[in-house]
Design a binder for this molecule. Structure first.
Ligand SMILES: Cc1ncc(COP(=O)(O)O)c(C=O)c1O
Length: 268
């Protein structure tokens, strides 16, 4: 098994850190944690992580008598953002069954007592539960170049496309069935060349006032939203069985100004 050559495990840094922590009367050293990455499409990297971490735990036990009882494999299970990616990711069931099976097998082979196993999935639990709903503003066609559809949000509520080219799919909420389609770019209202939510998408002919629903924004959108260009952040609504409940109210102008300090002597 290959571990990155600068890995704290290979360099012995992790071992030193554990021994130091274990020697402290103020610390209770319970286990090992890792978070190996994000949007992981296969279970292999998690299986490698189990091998590496349990071998490390076993070495601590054999060489130093330090028995760790917890193993935390972090998050990272990927989810599809586009329809075409739907079969590309392991299900939560196979993730759980494969990981627990692997931990059992590895512990058996090392004669290591089964640790308490933790995982920290984020995106795979909440991403598909969320969508972002925009109102379409002006629609502008540059003949021979592109048709731009502007929405009342953009990189402030979803910085992922501008940060690292994240891709999304969308539909028209008020005309799901649609009609004749056209290819457009969905752009935000930040007046930045990077403020492109979806560079190219086929939608029914879009017009001002339409509702654009961008799917798969349940994770890393609300938490990443910003007041770039002093744009207020939108609210959050939970919907269940056709009933909507406001859980975060949209920001207002006074929210944006509430930290401003007016000089005692007045302005001017
Ligand atoms: C330590 C840790 N645990 C869990 C997660 C959640 O990861 P994901 O949403 O990819 O499952 C992250 C995300 O960066 C993380 O840093």
């Amino acid at each position: 098994m290959r571990v990155n050559s600068v890995s704290p495990l290979v360099e012995g840094i992790a071992e030193k850190a554990f021994l130091l922590a274990a020697s402290s009367p103020h610390l209770d050293v319970r286990g090992v944690h890792c978070h190996i990455g994000s949007q992981i499409r296969t279970l292999d990297p998690f299986l490698k992580a189990v091998d590496i971490l349990l071998e490390f735990m076993d070495a601590l036990r054999r060489n130093h008598g330090l028995l760790l009882e917890e193993l935390d494999l972090g998050g990272g299970l990927g989810v599809p953002y586009l329809d075409g990616e739907k079969g590309d990711f392991p299900s939560i069931r196979s993730y759980v069954e494969t990981l627990t099976g692997k931990v059992r097998e590895k512990c058996l082979s090392l004669s290591y007592p089964l640790p308490v196993l933790f995982v920290e999935p984020g995106r795979s639990i909440v991403n598909t539960a969320g969508s972002t709903v925009y109102r379409v503003g002006f629609v502008k066609e540059i003949p021979g170049v592109k048709k731009y559809v502007t929405v009342d949000g953009g990189m402030t509520d979803n910085p992922r496309p501008v940060l690292y080219g994240a891709r999304y799919q969308a539909l028209l909420g008020n005309r799901v069935e649609g009609g004749e389609k056209e290819t457009v770019a969905i752009v935000g209202k930040c007046c930045e060349s990077g403020d492109v939510l979806i560079p190219e998408i086929e939608l029914p002919r879009v017009k001002r006032g339409d509702i654009l629903v961008v799917e798969g924004t349940g994770a890393y959108n609300y938490s990443m939203a910003s007041n770039y260009n002093l744009i207020p952040r939108p609210g959050v609504v939970f919907v269940r069985n056709g009933t909507a409940r406001l859980v975060v109210r949209p920001e207002s102008l006074s929210d944006l100004l509430r930290k401003d300090v007016i000089p005692e002597e007045g302005v001017g």
